[in-house]
Design a protein around this ligand. Sequence first.
Ligand code: ZN
Length: 300
Amino acid sequence: MSDAIVPKVDSPPVYETDEPVLYHAAEGIARITLNRPQFHNVQNSQMSYALDDAFKLAVDDDDVKVIILKSDAKHFTAGHDIGSPGRDFHSSFERRLMWYDHANKGGAEKAYIREQEVYLGMCKRWRALPKPTIAQVHGACIAGGLMLAWVCDLIIASDDAFFQDPVLQMGFPGVEYFAHAHELNPRIAKEFLFLGERMSAERAYQMGMVNRVVPRADLEAEVARVAARIAEQPRLALQLAKQAVNHMETLAGKEAGIDASFGYHHFAHANNQLVSGDYIAGFSGKSMAEKNKEREAGKA
Ligand code: ZN
């Protein structure tokens, strides 16, 4: 109704690092390391834009044949940042896609515009980047973390890794990049969403969501071995193979389904705003973690 109702802006973000993502390239392989270890690599916009920069570096470097996305922290990533001091939902960044700035908008428009750019737009952009990508996953890969793993071409996990989308309890159908029913078969995807429980790496492997599961001590070496083998292949053929498979997925409705589900996700954001006054229903990273612990304890 009115653009004038702009929600109150939280205090400005306090970043704990200027390098939320590390980049290293050698011998045909780029390694992109998520680098907010104090906060389990939760993704703020600062990290998402740095990640976009890193992917761009890897794409632009003709010597890079394959890209590994990894973490040296306790976990791969615990999802989107909904509570660290560096949470920067209200901050403007130089946008990468053709969306206008969200920061000075109100109503449901604000989150919708931001997530079109930072979540949906960037995930699609990274999935389509013209070089093979490997997610090297250990520890937690939760909610927004799934989005990062899913846009990679291969997922290689250690046996301690787990995957979880617990956002149903916040009123959402699932995370913004709603690939659940493509990554898992539909019935398993529903179980994954309805229960919001952890899926072990082994189970994810059985479901075809993960390529390989190896002992934690072997993860780095196994990913390096696979990446080196891929790097021996001709660049164009790799890109064509990737594009062909991605196109098959597009023909099977993956992108259209994700786009439609993004609308459901934002209906839920708007409903949360109407019902509770907060677009994520008053949840924070801390309260989500506490709920998760209770649920896991209840299971035991
Ligand atoms: Zn959202």
